[in-house]
Structure formats: C-alpha cells, structure tokens
Ligand binder design. Sequence first.
Ligand code: AMP
Length: 187
Amino acid sequence: MLKIVFLGPPGAGKGTQAKRLSARLGLLHLATGDMLREAVAQGTTLGQQAQAIMARGDLVPDALVIAMLMQRVAGADAARGFILDGFPRTMPQAEALGRELGGGVDAVVLLEVPEDELVRRLLARGRADDTEKTVRNRLDVYRQQTEPLVAFYGARTRVHRVDGVGAIEAVQDHILMALDVEQEAKR
Ligand code: AMP
C-alpha cells in the first residue's frame, strides 16, 4: 500500500499531477476540494456548510474535512494506496491522518511555483473561487496554515521538492524520478 501526499499552494498543479500519477500507479486519487465541490453541487448538509467558506477562500472546519476524508481512506478502493491532493491543509488534519494511518505516509511531493505564476494561473482558470480577492486570501491561508506541514513532514518522511513550472509531462517526469529514487533508497 502506497500513501502519497501532494503539497503545494493553490495553482501549483496538484490536481493535474496527482490525477495523472494516480492513474499511472493505480492508486486512488482523493482530492478534498473536488469532494467538497461535489457536496456543494449536490446540496448536502456538508455542502451547505462549506459553500460560503469556499467562496471566500477560507478553510472548511477541520472536523468536517477530516470526517469526509477518513471515510474514503478506509474504503475498499483505497486498499492499494492513495494520493492525497489538497489534504492535509492544517496541522490538526496532518495529525489526524497520522493517527488514522498509524505508520504515516510514504512520500510527500511538494510542487513549487513562484507566487506571480500562481496568481496568473488561478485567474486564468476561472473557477468560482478564482477571483483576485479570493486568490490572494487562498495564498495567505496556504502560507499561514498549510506551509508549516512541509517542516512537519520533513521530520517524518522524504519531502520531494519538484519544480512545478513547465510542461505538464515534464513536471510529471520529475515527480516520477523523485519517487523512483525513493524506492531505490528503500531497497
Ligand atoms: P482546492 O480544490 O484544493 O483548491 O480546494 C478548494 C477549497 O475547498 C479550498 O479553498 C477550501 O475552502 C476547501 N478545502 C479543500 N480541501 C480542504 C481541506 N483539506 N481543509 C479545509 N478546506 C479545504
């Protein structure tokens, strides 16, 4: 069972890269942002609670996101392993994941993209929460609440820093190379 976490600011390409990698490795792709947008679209209780928070670019409360994610991690389709994209985003989420998994995660991929490029990409994407004001807030929230996880994981497992600027295929190749090196090191 392989457990990989994708870290990086909004707009770094986590979704694009995690989706490709999960297809390639036969792992379940779990993106909390996608799950929450689905809940909003379906008008579930969770979706109603999350909608305004997401529109502002703030984080949905830990308890709600943790409960939602843990259900999926425990599912039969996650038995071969999974790639987490957009989770954990806070220290309490990382700690809850660690408790749930016992052994922690196998690898962390940190996608790095300069801030001006992130803003350019997000504004071009045009999602409902990709307005200038919301984008600025999401980047602030990332720096304050999610970036500390880089050090948290750095103390526990390998954090692979990958340059997220460039063609989608080239970035994917760099991720695969980084993870291969990891496998070699374990042999
Ligand atoms: P994303 O698609 O990952 O950019 O997530 C979109 C929005 O969903 C975020 O701006 C948050 O409002 C919410 N969200 C996604 N994942 C999480 C999480 N792990 N914790 C809290 N809120 C989240």
